[in-house]
Design a protein around this ligand. Sequence first.
Ligand code: ZN
Length: 130
Amino acid sequence: MHILRVKTTTREQLVDITREVETRLARSGKSEGICTLFVQHTTAGLTINENADPDVSRDILAALRTLVPNNGMGFRHGEGNSDAHVKSSLVGPSLAIPFSNGRLALGTWQGIYLCEFDGPRDRKVVLSIG
Ligand code: ZN
């Protein structure tokens, strides 16, 4: 098991962690299998989406913000970050990515993102290569 540490810099942010995951996979020396990623947080998540045009990340965050506004939904949670909890559940905490010949089987335009919804914070992604 490996731990990737990701430092986020704003309240909401999609951080491309594809290169870090590929580096850990290369170091593992394994050629075939499944790479599992998991965030140990309740206000962050993981997703795979386009990493060619940065506007895609921006639009995903804008859409989630429209679906789950920070205020005005009658949230009760005293911390005031219920929107972040809901967004993290919508996105989900884990990913499973197959790999072959030591390379992640990602599509041409796909990148792996840590989704920050209540930053800036230090986040941890658990990486299991099996
Ligand atoms: Zn909270």
